[in-house]
Design a protein around this ligand. Structure first.
Ligand code: HEM
Length: 162
């Protein structure tokens, strides 16, 4: 196995596979609240990049739902982190923010979509990913659309599975 690139040592706590320990909660003013389960994987091949996949499933039927994959980079010598993300819905985004301890506070810097994306369009995304003192990982995602100001869409916790 390859050693984690120096540039990413501050993010070593993310690496591995995480499974939601209880169903996550999905909400937004314009939709019916829902539950989901999710598996996250963060890996690397020695480059100054972490590769990730987020796979969400229906909490009861286990049918595949939302998916994201992408790359994480850090600005050398700083606590500045960038997530480069593609979503199966046709959305792509760059999120940037600061790493403070084991908490990432990210805001979308760029959002783009397919020409035939369904409305309302996502205008802004912010997310917090943190390792809690109980060893669980927690993710909250907020979004703003054409119709709604920035508001929480997702909240979920995970425990490490490998
Ligand atoms: C609805 C965006 C992640 C499940 C929506 C809507 C948007 C959206 C724009 C429609 C809101 C409206 O009509 O006003 C996003 C973004 C995500 C994300 C940007 C990630 C950053 C997820 C995840 C799940 C999920 C992980 C888990 C299964 C749903 C469901 C709905 C929904 C069930 C309602 C039904 C539907 O419109 O398909 N999402 N979503 N989303 N989202 Fe997400």
């Amino acid at each position: 196995t390859v050693e984690l690139n120096q540039a990413l040592l501050a993010l070593d706590w993310l690496l591995g596979t995480w499974e939601s320990d209880e169903p996550g909660e999905g909400n937004f003013p314009s939709i019916k609240p829902f539950h989901y389960i999710e598996t996250l994987n963060f890996s690397h091949v020695g480059q100054p990049v972490i590769n990730f996949t987020f796979k969400a499933f229906h909490a009861e039927t286990k049918k595949p739902m939302h998916r994201e994959c992408g790359f994480i980079r850090m600005q050398p010598g700083t606590n500045r982190v960038a997530f480069i993300i593609a979503q199966n819905s046709g959305l792509v985004e760059i999120e940037e923010g600061d790493l403070t301890g084991q908490q990432l506070n990210l805001q979308s810097q760029a959002v783009a979509r397919t020409s035939f994306a369904r409305e309302p369009y996502v205008q802004k995304i912010s997310r917090v990913i943190q390792l809690r003192s109980d060893g669980r990982l927690e993710q909250s995602v907020s979004m703003a659309t054409d119709n709604q100001p920035l508001m929480q869409h997702l909240h979920i916790t995970y425990s490490r599975s490998s």
